[in-house]
Design a protein around this ligand. Structure first.
Ligand SMILES: Cc1cc2nc3c(=O)[nH]c(=O)nc-3n(C[C@H](O)[C@H](O)[C@H](O)COP(=O)(O)OP(=O)(O)OC[C@H]3O[C@@H](n4cnc5c(N)ncnc54)[C@H](O)[C@@H]3O)c2cc1C
Length: 290
């Protein structure tokens, strides 16, 4: 089913969409874990599940294979992430044809980040420099429902801060995106302010908040610095004394993510997109709490 129909169905039913994000594992053991996670999350009937796409096209084949398998072997509706990194238009067209052949029509169109060791993103000759260009291209291939990424606290490379992100989100909408998924944030105010400004700029597509249940505080602090998500003082005060006790961190992470989702849903967010990261425990607990 197309993402636009899934989201329209949720809206009509007065229910938020609930979705989970996975990544393509590198090993057989990792793949086993992912399938177990998928089996455990299936009874929750998520609105859709998405599978990331690694830097430099490193997981391109794996993303395709995992998404194909989800489509064939489960009742879940997959969405494939797709980036501009290392791909020419011909490469992208081939991949999109493969998705079409397997009846997979939901794409999260991204610019992507530079592969490890490369200093900043560089578009390849015959490829694209920005997600907006990829959205236009996927749109031209016809039959796809396209979502995009957005950043309530600003993308780390955005020179003009959040204002730039809003401007580019509007361009992505005008190019054909039908929904946006946000980078994670821990203070819902960032989302509410971003959504309000987006509405003023004529952005009408649903902006689904990305939710990151914290499982390892040290890792989150490191990653948040890179992706531009701020850590509020209250969160630091609660997490730092227990950071070596991973069970306690996980439990508090579930509590925090649950409260965040409750607040967002009560404030009319169209849905929540949980970064499940191939583990079911936090997503199951959050959904049970909700
Ligand atoms: C929900 C979600 C899922 C993600 N999944 C993946 C994944 O699977 N694989 C992966 O590699 N990465 C993923 N990312 C990370 C993402 O690829 C990076 O954040 C990347 O740096 C930006 O991608 P984008 O699509 O937002 O790019 P863009 O929208 O192209 O923005 C990139 C930068 O360029 C600026 N910009 C945009 N358009 C223009 C323009 N026309 N002129 C000048 N400047 C412009 C923006 O302000 C921003 O600073 C994901 C991010 C999110 C939020």
């Amino acid at each position: 089913m197309l993402l636009e129909d899934i989201l329209a169905g949720c809206k009509k039913a007065g229910k938020p969409s609930i979705s989970f994000e996975f990544f393509p594992p590198k090993t057989d053991k990792g793949e086993e874990n992912l399938w177990q996670c998928i089996q455990e999350l299936t009874p929750l009937h998520p609105s859709f599940v998405s599978v990331t796409y690694g830097a430099g096209g490193t997981t391109q084949d794996r993303t395709l294979r995992i998404v194909e398998r989800i489509k064939k072997e489960t009742t879940l509706e997959p969405m494939a992430h797709l980036t501009c990194v290392g791909s020419t238009q011909d490469d992208l067209a081939k991949l999109l044809n493969q998705y079409k052949a397997s009846d997979m029509r939901n794409i999260l169109a991204l610019r992507g980040d530079a592969p490890e060791g490369q200093d900043g993103f560089q578009a390849v000759e015959g490829g694209f420099a920005y997600a907006t260009d990829l959205v236009k291209f996927v749109r031209q291939q016809q039959g796809f429902s396209i979502a995009v990424a957005t950043y309530p606290e600003g993308h780390p490379e955005s020179k003009g801060g959040v204002g730039d992100d809003l401007k580019y989100l509007k361009m992505k909408q005008d190019a054909g995106a039908i929904a946006a998924i946000t980078q994670y944030f821990f203070d819902n105010e960032h989302y509410y302010q971003f959504r309000e400004q987006a509405e003023k700029m004529g952005i009408t597509i649903p902006i689904l908040p990305g939710i990151m249940p914290i499982a390892n505080y040290e890792q989150i602090v490191r990653f948040s610095k890179m992706c531009g998500a701020s850590i509020p003082e209250w969160l630091h005060e609660q997490m730092s004394p227990i950071q070596d006790n991973l069970d306690a961190v996980k439990q508090l992470g579930i509590e925090i993510a649950t409260k965040q989702c409750q607040g967002l849903i009560a404030n009319d967010a169209a849905g929540v997109h949980i970064y499940a990261l191939n583990k079911s425990e936090a997503s199951l607990a959050i959904c049970k709490n909700l």
